[in-house]
Design a protein around this ligand. Structure first.
Ligand SMILES: [Fe+2]
Ligand SMILES: [Fe+2]
Length: 246
């Protein structure tokens, strides 16, 4: 029995790693080192898993009529919100071209359904896959940061939204923002590994940093003088500036 569990776990790991390698290959093929555009497209996908998993656990709690799922649901939804905010920052840095917009639409259609089925059938594998995705995101943002620090990519002022969201200094730069985003991705990687390992225990560990960030942002957004999205209404910022080369 123990041997069977061990081999199932190995298969799950191989699957999660191979999916990550496939996505990495696709990202490298489409974007190479155009990290701003890479971030925009990949963050539209990164916001999916937390929402799918949070929705599924919410439904599980409803149909099983069991309490105790709240912290996990909140953290998964907070992760999705955190990823959506990453997208809003990077859309200020790089505007997607028409091809990338089609890619985003297609990817969302496929990835939402794919991840939903995977999560229902094999939640441990699904979380493990996201752990590997997030680990790749950390590497990708590290490479982006190196380009900025070397001067190959201009260290422009950080978007106001990112300054408000992270509570950065008013003169914060793109490099400061990328460091914060990278720290978020590292936290997501750890959280998803924890959820994968705790599958079935019904007592999943929660790192409350992501929830705290969501609450901090909600309070800020409700503040009287904020320029946060809650007080400025729905806007399409993806057309407002000319696309940057990266
Ligand atoms: Fe992200
Ligand atoms: Fe992430």
């Amino acid at each position: 029995m123990a041997q069977r569990i061990k081999s199932m776990s190995a298969i799950s790991d191989i699957f999660a790693r191979s999916q990550t390698m496939l996505f990495r290959f696709l990202a490298d093929t489409f974007f190479a080192n155009r990290y701003g555009h890479r971030a925009v497209v990949l963050e539209t996908i990164a916001g999916v898993p937390g929402m799918v998993a949070g929705m599924w656990i919410h439904l599980k709690s409803l149909r099983s009529m069991k309490t105790g799922y709240g912290p996990l649901i909140r953290e998964l939804l907070a992760e999705a919100e955190n990823e959506r905010m990453h997208l809003m920052f990077f859309i200020e840095v790089a505007k997607p071209n028409w091809f990338e917009r089609i890619l985003i639409l297609t990817a969302q259609l496929i990835f939402w359904n794919y991840y939903f089925v995977l999560y229902v059938v094999a939640p441990k594998t699904a979380h493990k896959m996201i752990h590997y995705f997030e680990t790749e995101a950390v590497l990708s943002y590290t490479a982006y940061l190196e380009l900025i620090e070397s001067g190959a990519v201009e260290d422009t002022p950080a978007p106001k939204l990112a300054i408000d969201y992270y509570g950065l200094a008013e003169n914060a730069r793109l490099s400061d923002m990328v460091r914060m985003v990278r720290a978020d991705e590292a936290r997501h990687a750890d959280a998803n590994l924890g959820w994968a390992e705790k599958q079935g225990s019904e007592t999943p560990a929660a790192d409350h940093q992501t929830i705290k960030q969501m609450h901090r942002w909600s309070e800020f957004a409700m503040g009287a003088n904020s320029e946060a999205e809650a007080t400025t209404g729905i806007q399409d910022v993806s057309h407002q500036r000319k696309a940057s080369p990266r």
